[in-house]
Ligand binder design. Structure first.
Ligand SMILES: Nc1ncnc2c1ncn2[C@@H]1O[C@H](COP(=O)(O)OP(=O)(O)OP(=O)(O)O)[C@@H](O)[C@H]1O
Ligand SMILES: [Mg+2]
Length: 264
């Protein structure tokens, strides 16, 4: 059975897509079969790959109830992508008028469960129909965020929405973890943010030990349609996403990631 994880934050630019790409590539390098799904009409995830001419993507497949296999593209050993197109906005509008609209993605993913170890859902910066579909289909969600003043306000909203999705549609849904992206752990402010989340009963024990440092290679690699591991194998970005994959895989047994907030 695949473990389906949604990358979620309704604030824009927090590292959802970069994490989907970095974590997905890192898991694939650890011999996991990984499917990345672009649920954002900005299609930043899709743009990191060469998709076929005339590609219609996830939106068309969901609206027309086509098997998702037809829209899946193998992009590397162990790595597949279900991309989006700008028309995803229109498809999302159509889906939002269907009966059982929250369950459409879950239904479509059911036949793929045995084919993958991980399915990563790159959500748009909104809590719209497709994001709610992601929360209904997922086992867990990861919230990439910065240690910033207003990040907390956004987090309250995300946790409330996830809680409703769990109560009403998906009892198995769990917060897989808060992931700090572009973190400088030495500033007083970021330390305060990390500590406060560690104490908050909603997030205590659910902050990844691994954090992602600011690294230009993470910004550049997708423009060159390469994973950070191909583009800059010895970069901090490659190192940090490899650590994140290791921490995620170790969670069931050993809870500690190799490099944690104190060590780096
Ligand atoms: N650790 C990092 N170091 C440097 N740049 C980063 C890092 N993580 C992400 N970025 C850059 O920050 C920008 C926003 O990241 P990303 O696109 O992953 O966020 P997002 O949450 O998916 O955004 P959106 O909400 O628009 O979908 C991108 O230009 C990305 O390359
Ligand atoms: Mg994005």
């Amino acid at each position: 059975m695949a473990r389906t994880l949604a990358l979620l934050n309704n604030k824009g630019g927090t590292g959802k897509t970069t994490t989907t790409l970095g974590l997905g590539a890192a898991l694939a390098r650890r011999r996991q079969r990984v499917l990345l799904i672009d649920l954002d009409s900005q299609r930043n995830l899709s743009a990191a790959f060469t998709l076929p001419e005339g590609y219609t993507g996830i939106g068309h497949a969901l609206v027309d109830s086509l098997p998702l296999h037809e829209a899946m593209v193998k992009v590397d050993k162990q790595l597949w992508v279900l991309g989006s197109t700008p028309a995803l906005v229109d498809y999302e509008y159509q889906l939002s008028h269907e009966p059982g609209r929250e369950f459409i993605l879950r239904e479509a993913l059911a036949p793929l469960q045995s084919e993958f170890d991980f399915i990563l859902l790159d959500c748009a910066p909104s809590l719209g129909t497709l994001t709610v579909n992601a929360l209904t289909a997922a086992d867990g969600f990861i919230v990439p965020m910065q240690a910033e003043n207003f990040a907390f306000l956004g987090l309250d909203r995300i946790l409330e929405t996830a809680d409703k999705a769990k109560r009403r549609m998906n009892p198995k849904l769990e917060l897989e973890g808060i992931l700090f992206v572009k973190l400088n752990p030495r500033t007083t402010f970021s330390k305060a943010v990390v500590q406060s989340l560690a104490k908050d009963p909603r997030t205590a024990g659910r902050v990844f030990h691994t954090y992602i440092r600011q690294d230009i290679a993470l910004m550049e690699c997708s423009a060159f349609q390469k994973s950070v591991f191909e583009y800059a194998p010895s970069s901090n970005g490659a190192h940090d996403y490899a650590d994140l994959a290791r921490e995620l895989l170790q969670r069931t047994g050993d809870q500690s990631g190799k490099h944690n907030l104190e060590e780096k």
